[in-house]
Design a protein around this ligand. Structure first.
Ligand SMILES: [Fe+2]
Ligand SMILES: [Fe+2]
Length: 166
């Protein structure tokens, strides 16, 4: 992103990142990082792709991308593991509507982003885009997390070997 793009990106998400509930995503673990960082990455990648294709809806798609996982684990405390997977898009939508105005496309982006893990099929091409970006970002983050985990274990193992008495 160039300076102009990053200024534009920052101003279009400014009110969201100032929201206290959204800030609390910083403390929520997601794919080995915080849910805040994951959401920011999905929003940034979405913003870049929209700009690449000169989309007229860059702002609204980017904002919905940022809000796609707007929930804290406490919101889903009563759900079991696999149910959390299916429930979190509707909780994210509920939380988003509590604080921000969202149009029909933005609401669809959030509630359908887990397709095909959930049965909510995206209705708009914008929803397909964010759902795809979320999957790409999640794969990237999980691989990165696992790679650093394996490197950490390897060095721990190496350290133990070096320490062994000869
Ligand atoms: Fe999600
Ligand atoms: Fe996500």
């Amino acid at each position: 992103m160039n300076i102009n793009q990053s200024e534009d990106f920052n101003s279009l998400i400014e009110d969201i990142i100032k929201n206290n509930k959204f800030k609390s995503l910083n403390k929520e673990l997601h794919h080995g990082i915080s849910r805040y960082d994951h959401s920011m990455r999905v929003a940034k990648w979405t913003y870049k792709i929209c700009n690449l294709f000169n989309s007229q809806k860059t702002d609204e798609i980017t904002r919905a991308a940022l809000l796609h996982d707007f929930y804290i684990d406490k919101d889903l405390a009563s759900e079991k593991g696999h149910e959390k997977l299916g429930e979190h898009p509707s909780v994210a939508l509920e939380n988003s509507l509590k604080y921000f105005d969202l149009n029909e496309v933005q609401q669809d982006i959030i509630k359908s982003h887990m397709f095909p893990c959930t049965k909510v099929i995206p209705k708009y091409k914008e929803s397909w885009l964010v759902s795809g970006v979320d999957k790409a970002v999640s794969t990237y983050e999980m691989l990165r997390f696992k790679a650093s985990l394996y490197v950490g274990i390897y060095f721990l193992f190496l350290f133990e070997i070096i320490r062994l008495p000869r």
